[in-house]
Design a protein around this ligand. Structure first.
Ligand SMILES: [Zn+2]
Ligand SMILES: [Zn+2]
Length: 272
């Protein structure tokens, strides 16, 4: 089985049309492809306008019907926490993500570039990474009560530029404690994704979240799925085999898939 529920297309900041993505997914042997365009947010330049969102919905629903005998297509959205949607309708699933940290009316992206990340850290948190992590994980934790959200996107996105641990050690106790509190508070109320997007972009060698957080997710009994956060169809299955090995090594024996409107666990041995 091959599944990806985190896919961007030309409707937001992806390179390919939904149809191109679907054709590649079929070529690569995918069973399920979920689209998750960046939902409209006034502070997010790459998010879809309301008009583009309407066209996105029509397009994906039409492709879903057209390809129904060859691949299961889902209509989803990746909604940034800065702009909550009133309900899950009309989507099949919703990924809730925190891409910005805010002070008063100013919203600064966490993952746009390393330079912007450094200025965010300096300007908002006086260079104190733990203070930034506290704010970030507090934002993530608040999505526990967002009924429309099914999946927490890229749990430790704030580690995007930290492959060399130049900002903080991955096992720094005060940092890990903040992430752990977040994971245990959300617990089984949402699913979490293992996200290989930063590997495709050459920023990281391992997926979000880091292995130690994945182990905590397992201890907390959380459900997970494997996604590529794909912006370029060549990377639709980016690092899937090694990520499955990593997931297994943390003790997980199943991944969640969406079927008939419900997320259900499937034996990890079914995936490749
Ligand atoms: Zn995202
Ligand atoms: Zn994304």
């Amino acid at each position: 089985m091959r599944v990806n529920m985190h896919t961007h297309s030309v409707f937001c900041d992806g390179k390919d049309t939904p149809r191109e993505m679907i054709e590649t997914a079929i070529e690569k042997g995918f069973d399920i492809l979920g689209f998750s365009g960046h939902g409209h947010s006034p502070c997010d330049d790459v998010s879809m306008s309301l008009e583009a969102t309407a066209e996105y919905i029509r397009t994906i629903r039409s492709l879903q019907k057209e390809y129904q005998d060859r691949i299961t297509i889902y209509l989803g959205i990746e909604q940034d926490k800065t702009c909550r949607i009133p309900s899950k309708d009309p989507y099949d699933f919703v990924i809730g993500s925190v891409h910005f940290l805010s002070k008063e009316d100013k919203h600064v992206p966490i993952d746009m570039s390393k330079d912007v990340f450094i200025s965010l850290l300096e300007e908002f948190y006086d260079g104190d990474f733990t203070a930034m992590a506290e704010a970030y994980y507090s934002e993530i934790t608040q999505m526990k009560d967002f009924e429309e959200v099914d999946i927490i996107g890229h749990l430790d996105l704030l580690m995007k530029y930290n492959e060399d641990e130049s900002f903080i050690r991955f096992d720094d106790p005060s940092y890990v404690k903040l992430a752990e509190q977040c994971i245990y508070t959300i617990g089984t109320s949402k699913l979490f994704e293992v996200n290989t997007g930063a590997i495709a972009r050459g920023m990281r060698k391992s997926p979000y979240p880091a292995k130690n957080l994945l182990e905590i997710l397992h201890s907390a009994g959380a459900g997970i799925m494997l996604n590529s956060d794909c912006h370029d169809r060549r990377y639709l299955d980016c690092a899937f085999p090694e990520s499955l090995a990593l997931i297994r090594s943390c003790g997980f024996d199943c991944l969640y898939i969406l079927k008939d409107g419900e997320f259900i666990p499937v034996d990890i041995d079914q995936f490749h």
